[in-house]
Design a protein around this ligand. Sequence first.
Ligand SMILES: [Mn+2]
Length: 260
Amino acid sequence: MIATRRQTYFLSDIHLGLDYEGETSAERERLLVDWLMSIEDTAAQVYFLGDIFDYWFEYGEGRQPDYPLFFQQLRTMVGLGIDIRFFTGNHDLWMNDYFPKEYNITIHRTPLIMRLGEKTFFLAHGDGLGKGDIIYKALKRVMTHPLAQWLYGLLPAQLGLSLMRSVSQKSRQGHELESFRSLEEERMVDYCERHPDKDSIDFFILGHRHLPIRYQLQQSSAEYINLGDWIKYKSFASFDGEQLRYDFLQGNHSEDLITN
Ligand SMILES: [Mn+2]
């Protein structure tokens, strides 16, 4: 069989490491890997738009959190010539050179504007974009400073990781997984509406919100897509060079897609 790899896939907020409402991280990892295997023959590129991991720290020498099925599948896909990109999210800000070195995966730490086929994409995790969130933005500036990571690295690995796990859980209780406000109140929609390049962008694809959203921006042909998550929705988007599709792994959440 000749594989025709021309699809680009987008997903985010998988939060490996988190057990949530009756689904363990290992079960979620299995579903993810099965899905990744199912797109091996069609995927040219896979964009993971952040919060792939619920917490992440690289202690070196193979002492980072380990998701063996997922990591093996990444290796297989990269070996097949599939271009895999990781964006850092607020839960996995501290990705360094483990994935570039071990798996030949490119890491993006800032939003990316790129062209695929005839369309222009804006890609980002979405944390700290738009108005407000002053405290988080300041915290992010501290957290992304190499000194903060270096200091954290001084903690014993087990303590460092369990601390991260608990902070991670708190942040979720605080502002993630909350229900949808009106689109006008959605900070990331507002960010896209005001983006200076809005007229030249076709798709703003973001994560972070944990809600499946496909929204036509005002007075523009651009769409704002939120990728949902793999905790509740198991949602993803794909692009074949012309059309963008929004899908759900188990097909039973399609009615949850928020549109205008
Ligand atoms: Mn998230």
